[in-house]
Design a protein around this ligand. Sequence first.
Ligand code: FES
Length: 270
Amino acid sequence: MVAEKPSKKLFSVTLRVWRQAGPAAAGKFVEYPAANVNPDMSFLELIDVVNDGLTVKGDEPIAFAHDCREGICGTCSCTINGKPHGPGHGIATCQLYMRSFQEGDVITVEPFRAKAFPIQRDLVTDRAAFDKIQQAGGFISVRTGAAPDANAIPVPKEDADLAMDAASCIGCGACVAACKNASAMLFVAAKVSQFGLLPQGQPERDRRVLAMVQTMDEAGFGNCTNQYECSAVCPKNITHDFIARLNRDYVAALFRTRFQPVSNAGGGGG
Ligand code: FES
């Protein structure tokens, strides 16, 4: 005889959500009670359920961004109870489950707040500033054609591991939202380091760091003042050590480009 599984204890919460009809509209918090919450629901599934109720009543559903719902794409960004991606550690909002909350909780949900991330509607922000930074140098230029063998260029294990850590950045913007200066240094540091640590990233190393930092500054992000709130909320646990690496790369690139044009600048050095 198979023992019956104990049923999950359902509970009730109140969502206190930032509603804003458009970029120029005034916003405000609106409360939505949610009953029969299953602890194994994801946070985004709870918003889905609340939105179903709003739609049935003929009200406008809460606008929120999402795609993979697996912690990969970085689109589900919002601040929950004052913390980007909510109370979990090393997870994106889509990986947050309702078992993190209790009966009667009032959960405040708002968009990431930063001048460089203008609010589009409700919880949705425009994070195109990150795309511009990427376009400024977050790539390597290689000839297409016959791909070399994967192991033809030896890469030290430690460098490969660090490059992989940096490459795990999903560009969600939590680092910016958590920083009192709305600094994008952790994001830029990860995107610069993932190439700067590998041999393939050396030819454009100086040009890359200078262009990405300049684009970051032009986009209106603030400076880093070493508070490290960024790495504390990063869903991929990217460490602020990469910011020190970025600063070293930037200073070295500035120094080298005093003696040769940026367009011909080669990288190198540790
Ligand atoms: S929806 Fe893709 S990371 Fe959350």
